[in-house]
Write a protein that binds this ligand. Structure first.
Ligand SMILES: CC(C)(COP(=O)(O)OP(=O)(O)OC[C@H]1O[C@@H](n2cnc3c(N)ncnc32)[C@H](O)[C@@H]1OP(=O)(O)O)[C@@H](O)C(=O)NCCC(=O)NCCS
Length: 208
């Protein structure tokens, strides 16, 4: 039997067979259920990249990455990077059971950020989700994005339950659409209006 805790902002928390979950209003139309595990620290070392959970000490550097991605932010409702935007994204990730990681190059410099939900996206224990990937302009087109996705996919599929990874991409971001398609993600919806006014295609990569 599920144990429900008092409501938190935007939904309810609870436990079912020892697994805690959150039931959260994602928008007025959709009710999403995320199982969420205790906060896990991620450390993935590739040959030329390290991905690790960010800490409060990284906040200024993350803001630098956001500023170096304003060509992307301008496609959405908030064109300018700010500390509030960074903090909001970190908090949203935490609430959704996400893993918000920094992408560090060979000399330890933060060159990008990636946020993903390793399992339980929209209440499906077999589904993971990429919420965000941003590589700072000077570090783009060097293979960092592709390597990041590949390293995280390898980590995600260690959980044998996972059968698919989802993401979403703004319809007005053709470079990102190409990026996801080259990484094996297919567009599986028509354009969908989001509560933040962006219009996105849903993406899916089947693993089995
Ligand atoms: C989309 C995004 C994450 C891609 O990241 P990236 O690091 O530039 O991507 P990559 O370098 O791995 O791949 C892009 C291209 O770089 C080139 N490239 C790849 N490896 C390379 C290497 N080792 N050396 C030189 N160039 C390389 C290739 O042309 C590659 O395209 P290909 O896969 O068709 O060959 C990045 O452009 C970005 O942050 N954009 C803004 C934010 C955004 O749109 N995010 C997605 C939201 S859904």
């Amino acid at each position: 039997m599920a144990i429900l805790h008092p409501p938190f902002k935007g939904g309810i928390k609870g436990e079912f067979r020892g697994i805690s979950f959150k039931l959260r209003m994602f928008s007025t139309r959709r009710l999403c259920l995320w199982y969420h595990s205790p906060m896990t620290d991620i450390l993935i070392k590739g040959r030329s990249l390290t991905l690790r959970t960010v800490t409060p000490n990284d906040t200024e550097a993350i803001l630098g990455v956001y500023r170096a991605c304003e060509d992307f932010l301008v496609l959405g409702p908030e064109p300018k990077a700010s500390l509030e935007m960074v903090q909001k994204d970190l908090e949203t990730s935490r609430q959704e059971g996400g893993c918000f990681c920094g992408i560090f190059d060979a000399v330890g410099q933060l060159v990008g950020v990636v946020d993903f939900i390793p399992f339980g996206f929209e209440g499906k224990p077999d589904t993971a989700f990429f919420s965000l990937i941003m590589i700072a302009v000077p570090s783009r087109n060097q293979g960092t994005g592709n390597k990041t996705i590949s390293l995280i996919e390898k980590e995600i599929i260690k959980d044998k339950q996972i059968t698919e990874i989802r993401s979403a991409v703004q319809v007005n971001n053709p470079a990102a659409i190409r990026f996801w398609q080259k990484n094996g993600y297919r567009i599986v919806s028509g354009p969908e209006l989001q509560p933040d006014t962006t219009i996105v295609y849903r993406l899916r990569k089947k693993l089995v």
